[in-house]
Design a protein around this ligand. Structure first.
Ligand SMILES: [Cu+2]
Length: 305
């Protein structure tokens, strides 16, 4: 008996040290644990307050999963070594152990409940719309481009809000949606034809754009200035993949000056230049619609124009 124990103990001890070392690495890296291992697979580049909350939820869930995982792996290896076969005698059978059965029933329920609770909290927060957003922009999708209408209020049932300025995307020019940082921005989505989906990957958020009287709404607060590509994320026809736009996040002052310039009748490009911004999109390029030998399979047929 004592000989068996002296063999099992050092191995179990070493496993315990390994588990402890793993837990220490996680603990010591503290709040930076996400960036230390590249966000555990979370897409990088969230630029809104909402994306930061989703990132925190992701990291918290992953750390919780790792703690449970390390604990379970430890138990598995401990059992494999401690209770390995030593003879032909049937080991002591421990079925119907009530405390154990209670533990492995209640523990997963607890884990799922906690994950559900935090997911519901963050989801509700990310989906929340305020009564008085600082900026309202109507996103109008159509095959295969975008129009952005800056509104002077929320479109309620009476449709009392007015469009004060617009940017329309064309085949030649990528539409640029200019928005301020540090303000609540409400997106009101509508489509002229089929279902599209408004997606700026850096917002870590997308929402379908419906035709008819379904008006999808969401809100974000952007934290970082910069240029971010936007795309359609719902297969909507032949040139769906070319249906790009650019989100240009600027300071609140620059946004006010941009909107004033637009209201004065300037084009989006002129208004962008007036606030010292690049007038053309830098994150994506227009899709060439010319069909010539060079870009249409190299056959001479139909290349007369
Ligand atoms: Cu589309």
């Amino acid at each position: 008996m004592s000989a068996r124990r002296s063999k099992a103990r050092p191995i179990a001890g070493r496993l315990a040290s390994l588990g402890l070392a793993g837990a220490l690495v996680l603990l010591l890296s503290g709040c930076d644990v996400g960036s230390a291992v590249d966000g555990f697979g979370w897409p990088q580049g969230g630029i809104t307050r909402q994306s930061q909350r989703m990132y925190d939820l992701w990291i918290g869930s992953t750390v919780a999963a790792l703690i449970v995982g390390v604990f379970v792996w430890g138990l598995i290896f401990w059992c494999v070594i401690r209770y390995r076969k030593r003879g032909n005698a049937l080991p002591v059978q421990t079925r119907f152990n009530m405390p154990m059965e209670f533990l492995y029933t209640i523990a997963p329920i607890l884990v799922v409940s906690v994950l559900f609770y935090y997911t519901a909290i963050v989801q509700t927060d990310v989906d929340k719309v305020s009564a008085n957003p600082d900026v309202v922009v109507e996103v109008e999708a159509f095959k295969w481009n975008w129009q952005f209408n800056y509104q002077d209020g929320i479109t309620d049932d009476d449709h009392t809000a007015n469009t004060v300025a617009s940017t329309l995307g064309t085949t030649e020019v990528i539409p640029i949606l200019v928005l301020p940082t540090g303000r609540t921005i409400r997106f009101e989505e509508t489509s002229r034809d089929v279902i599209h989906s408004f997606w700026v990957p850096d917002l870590l958020f997308k929402r379908d754009v419906f035709p008819g009287n379904v008006r999808n709404v969401f809100e974000v607060t952007i934290d970082q200035t910069g240029a971010y590509v936007g795309r359609c994320a719902e297969l909507c026809g032949t040139y769906h993949s070319m249906m790009n736009f650019e989100l240009r996040a600027v300071s609140g002052d620059d946004y006010d000056r941009f909107l004033a310039a637009k209201r004065d009748g300037q084009s989006t490009q002129q208004a962008l230049e007036s606030i010292g911004q690049d007038p053309l999109a830098s994150t994506t390029t227009p899709f060439p619609t010319d069909r010539t030998d060079q870009n249409f399979g190299g056959t001479a047929a139909g290349s007369g124009s």
